[in-house]
Design a protein around this ligand. Structure first.
Ligand SMILES: CC(C)(COP(=O)(O)OP(=O)(O)OC[C@H]1O[C@@H](n2cnc3c(N)ncnc32)[C@H](O)[C@@H]1OP(=O)(O)O)[C@@H](O)C(=O)NCCC(=O)NCCS
Length: 213
């Protein structure tokens, strides 16, 4: 397993860690290990890599604790007091982002891989009518759909600390300039949202932040 980190200037120096799937040298809390081992074997590798990544991200962000990072009932990783963080894993790599909680800002990360299959059939489930019309007018490309899909998942992860319920894809709109607008069915909010995405070859990484206001 290799574990590397970087600081994201666009998010006030938040730490982004990537950990390749594999045998960790050390670093998991026993309760995290027990949790991972309670899951089917095919899931364990990604769960372990995700925990290694979030623990490293938190540590680089200034966390000095040693407690476990376990999922809450919704599946969101429970962050230590004073920190925000998020996890994603896909195709052999886990990524995690963490930072101190500043002004209640929360972070979400998502990663997808282009792959060799065009899954554009998901468009009507992922896009609001306006988004669908724009995407079709722009040529219905799978990479551009994946960008919207992944950013919405990053937004979901950033927003669930504030809106602790399932948020449908139709409750979020990503504009061509990257602007994010929520249409929260429960009337929650309002929230300030911002997202940044980048491609690294076939891998897409999306980071979103959410704050109240
Ligand atoms: C939860 C969800 C976003 C996870 O995305 P995914 O592509 O399936 O999987 P990823 O590898 O990217 O992310 C998995 C991680 O998500 C995190 N996660 C799971 N549920 C979560 C929640 N409710 N809130 C925040 N993070 C959550 C966990 O950390 C999980 O990793 P772990 O089990 O190792 O801790 C997705 O399954 C989902 O339910 N999406 C529907 C909601 C949505 O995206 N709405 C968009 C409109 S805002």
């Amino acid at each position: 397993m290799t574990v590397v980190f970087e600081r994201l200037d666009e998010f006030g120096g938040a730490v982004l860690v990537r950990a390749t799937f594999g045998q960790p040298e050390s670093g998991l809390h026993p309760a995290e290990l027990a949790w991972a081992e309670s899951k089917p074997p095919r899931r364990r590798t990604e769960l372990v890599a995700g925990r290694i990544a979030i623990r490293r991200a938190l540590t680089e962000a200034g966390w000095t604790g040693d407690g476990p990072v376990l999922p809450n009932p919704q599946g969101r990783p429970s962050m230590p007091d004073g920190f925000t963080g998020s996890i994603t894993h896909k195709d052999g790599v886990a990524l995690a982002i963490a930072s101190p909680l500043m002004g209640g800002r929360t972070l979400g990360v998502d990663s997808e891989v282009l792959g060799d299959r065009d899954r554009s059939a998901i468009a009507p489930k992922v896009l609001r009518p306006d988004e669908l019309a724009r995407w079709q007018a722009d040529g219905s490309s799978w990479p551009s759909l994946l960008e919207i899909f992944s950013m919405k998942e990053a937004v979901y992860k950033a927003l669930t600390p504030h809106v602790p319920r399932y948020i449908g894809f139709d409750e979020c709109e990503i504009a061509p300039d990257g602007g994010i607008t929520m249409f929260l069915a429960g009337g929650e909010g309002s929230f300030q949202l911002r997202g940044v995405s980048r491609w690294e070859g076939e891998r897409l990484i999306c980071v979103a932040e959410a704050s109240v206001g």
